[in-house]
Design a protein. Structure first.
Length: 190
């Protein structure tokens, strides 16, 4: 995806949040972005930060919606439905930084023994999904880099995010999937 397209989708995320404050609804059409040209289904996450601190992050790891629609839905969910935070208030918009991650389709990482994960996963390149019974969790590829985690820490934190004890990734029956992301950060005039 070209940088201009990524920036256009980041603007779509902001416009969707602004629209919601005005009309209390999901926009079907945006003024500044033609969502119809982003019709290919893609996985996507929208991350909101306020003064560099996480303020919301929600998305779709699988290509469930056309990209344009997925960006709008993810932006609204990150702003108003991330259970870790209170819903965004309109006066926070001026301090909000928006980051968009457009994902590849997650693929299962096949290993004979869990220690092989340490060689197959690359920090900074691979986002991860863990699934074990009714538990699941996901980290975008940029998270371990931002947190300065090593590989074992990355896998242990992924387990904890899924509600499991650290080290669960070594258990038989655990499924680990990796994906990559194109990341676009909002460029705003200061």
């Amino acid at each position: 995806m070209r940088e201009e397209e990524g920036q256009e989708l980041v603007r779509a995320a902001r416009e969707a949040i602004e629209y919601y404050f005005q009309y209390n609804d999901e926009p079907q059409v945006l003024k500044g972005v033609d969502l119809d040209k982003y019709s290919e289904p893609r996985g996507v996450f929208v991350t909101l930060k306020k003064k560099g601190e996480l303020r919301g992050c929600i998305g779709y790891p699988l290509p469930m919606f056309p990209l344009g629609k997925a960006v709008v839905k993810s932006a609204l969910a990150a702003a108003f439905e991330d259970f870790r935070f209170t819903p965004l208030s309109e006066n926070e918009l001026k301090d909000l930084e928006i980051e968009l991650s457009v994902l590849t389709v997650p693929e299962k990482i096949s290993v004979k023994k869990p220690e092989e994960y340490l060689k197959k996963i690359k920090i900074g390149r691979d986002g991860l999904i863990i699934e074990y019974g009714m538990y699941s969790g996901l980290f975008l590829p940029q998270v371990p880099t931002e947190q300065k985690w090593g590989m074992q820490e990355y896998l242990d934190h992924l387990c904890m995010k899924a509600g499991m004890p650290p080290g669960t990734w070594k258990q038989p029956g655990v499924v680990l999937k990796s994906f990559q992301a194109e990341i676009f950060e909002e460029k705003r005039k200061k």
